[in-house]
Design a protein around this ligand. Structure first.
Ligand SMILES: Cc1ncc(COP(=O)(O)OP(=O)(O)O)c(N)n1
Ligand SMILES: Cc1nc(C(=O)O)sc1CCOP(=O)(O)O
Ligand SMILES: [Mg+2]
Length: 545
């Protein structure tokens, strides 16, 4: 038996004595692990990185399974540990062989990871036998994790069987009731429901509902196998509402591993603390961006190739340094700056931003039409520091270059600015994109252009923006009803009329965007606070109905 001890350096703890580790005796190594557990746990808590444990099969071709999960989590900035359930000999032609890992050794891997590391989310892929499903459920009951994502893998994209129907009972009775989300494609959804035929979007809705009855909190039925003439549609059911994700199909052979990657990206976003709807939205966008980016790459000579998960590294998309992603609730009180107004009142832009946040603004947009580029970038960087400190997103009006240079959280564009689709290709999947829409058609387009929200107005006449068309409360309502995106109302809104705007009775109207009622006033904090209190009252009245 060989053993060693060493000294570790860590940025948070100047010097740490390492445990003595045995190279041959597992018992001794585990004993050392538990003796020192408290010390290391303490360390892991202080410098915590979101952590997904992937329980899946190995794909020698590197496109799916464990390899896809590792790359996806890496691309999303999340640590990924692994429990390998099977080793497959696989390439772009198909699956040539499968070697199952014995159940006891699956259990040993699970315990090794879970006893030592702080796992946030467990994601499962290929579970090749009922025994493995049972072992997994038994071990998971002993360790508390934040969420369980179940990708019910049954066949590879080439059609080769990876788990036979004997695992169904284990899924129905044990694993699905523990799951926070299950992500079947049409074939898997059909198998989970005893072979029922699923050929339409309506079938997907009822399948999601039926699978929900097995106990998972959310069901995402993926419609990639619907006829190629139709849009790619996925349906998320949360037990009460359905959410539809529709996107145009990306023409590529490189779709091997999309299911694994989608599920592991959902797990990664949950590990970062995102709510489920947002995690699914971000994951869909990540996979779409990666497919688009890799649509012409050639790996292997078979019919279905892998894609490049690590596009971020090559494309150098800005990754969000905010701790959490965009939430529609961020739109509640949207403060939009105006340099003319703030100058008149003797305030710098960063001071105006700080005052608005102190009064309760939930998102900020720098709309600095007169600033020259260098000044705008500096203002954005100074404002961003304040926004980051308070956890409030900062967007830039019109100027993608300024957003990139300052690492702002996103951009707001209008109908004559750069197309949101192009903005997305420049900013990547993580940044927030808002689009101004005055008509239902524009709202539909904003959604296909992968915007995150729309701004709709002018609700009332405004002197802040010259020649702006007023659409009124009716126009706002029409846009909201056509929009699958959350909406923020803008134009002539202030303390006196914000209530009437929020009461138009459409659930996706999430807030008001305001310029002069905050910044053309002596005290920005006081005015923001008054408006925030009006909005909070409306929300509590709506919640009590
Ligand atoms: C939240 C929000 N909604 C709408 C607009 C208007 O954008 P746009 O139509 O591009 O006009 P300008 O602001 O650029 O004059 C906005 N800025 N913010
Ligand atoms: C920037 C902007 N966009 C509008 C639109 O209708 O899209 S109205 C507007 C100005 C809003 O300023 P105030 O709150 O001072 O009325
Ligand atoms: Mg604009």
């Amino acid at each position: 038996m060989a053993s060693f001890s060493c000294t570790l350096f860590h940025p948070l703890y100047s010097k740490i004595r390492c445990v003595s580790v045995s190279s041959s005796s597992r018992g001794l190594a585990i004993a050392a692990m538990s003796n020192n557990g408290a010390r290391y746990q303490n360390l892991e808590e202080k410098s915590k990185i979101p952590h997904v444990l992937s329980v899946a099969g190995s794909d020698s071709g590197g496109g799916a399974g464990i390899q896809a999960d590792l790359k996806t989590c890496g691309a999303r900035g999340v640590y990924c540990s692994t429990v390998i359930t099977a080793v497959t000999a696989q390439n772009t032609v198909g699956v040539q062989g499968v070697n199952l890992v014995p159940e006891e050794f699956v259990e040993e891997q699970l315990r090794s990871v879970l006893a030592d590391m702080q796992v946030d989310v467990v994601k499962t892929g290929m579970l090749p036998s009922i025994g493995v499903v049972k072992v997994l459920c038994r071990v998971l009951k002993e360790y508390k994790v934040q969420a369980l994502v179940v990708d019910p893998v049954m066949a590879s994209t080439s059609g080769d069987v990876l788990a036979n129907s004997s695992i169904l009972a284990g899924l129905w009775e044990e694993l699905l009731p523990m799951a926070d989300i299950v992500t079947p494609n049409l074939k898997e959804a059909s198998a989970l429901l005893g072979g029922v035929k699923l050929t339409t979007v309506a079938d997907m809705h009822s399948a999601a509902k039926s699978i929900h009855n097995f106990g998972p909190r959310h069901v995402l039925v993926k419609g990639g196998d619907l006829p190629a003439s139709l849009d790619a549609v996925d349906i998320l059911f949360d037990g009460i509402s359905f959410h539809e994700f529709r996107a145009s199909r990306i023409q590529t052979r490189n779709t091997h591993g999309t299911g694994c990657s989608l599920a592991s990206c959902i797990a990664a976003e949950l590990a970062k603390g995102s709510p489920m709807l947002q995690a699914v939205q971000v994951a869909k966008r990540y996979v779409e961006t990666a497919l688009n980016y890799s649509k012409d790459i050639v790996i292997g000579s078979g019919p279905q190739g892998p894609f490049d998960h690590l596009l971020n590294l090559k494309h150098n998309f800005p990754s969000s340094s905010r701790r959490r992603g965009f939430s529609p609730d961020d739109l509640l009180l949207y403060a939009v700056t105006d340099s003319g107004m703030n100058k008149r009142w003797g305030r710098s832009i960063p001071d105006a931003v700080k005052a608005a946040i102190e009064g309760g603004a939930t998102i900020i947009q720098l709309r600095e039409k007169e600033a020259d580029t260098r000044e705008f970038v500096e203002l954005a960087k100074a404002s961003l520091e304040i926004c980051r400190f308070h956890g409030v997103p900062l967007l830039i009006n019109d100027r993608v270059d300024v957003a990139l240079a300052s690492d702002a959280d996103g951009v707001h564009v209008g109908q004559s600015d750069m197309s949101p689709h192009v903005v997305r290709s420049l900013l990547g999947p993580d940044k927030i994109i808002g689009v101004s829409c005055k008509t239902p058609e524009q709202a539909v387009q904003a959604w296909s252009d992968t915007a995150d929200y729309i701004g709709s107005g002018g609700v009332f006449p405004t002197s802040t923006k010259a020649n702006n068309k007023t659409i009124g409360l009716d126009g706002l309502k029409t846009v909201c009803l056509a929009s699958k995106l959350p909406v923020v109302a803008i134009g002539g809104i202030g303390i006196a009329n914000a209530g009437s705007v929020m009461e138009i009775g459409v659930p996706n109207l999430k807030g008001v965007a305001v310029v002069s009622a905050l910044f053309d006033r002596e005290c920005v904090t006081t005015e923001t606070r008054k408006l925030r209190s009006v909005l909070t009252d409306v929300l509590s009245t709506q919640a009590s109905k």
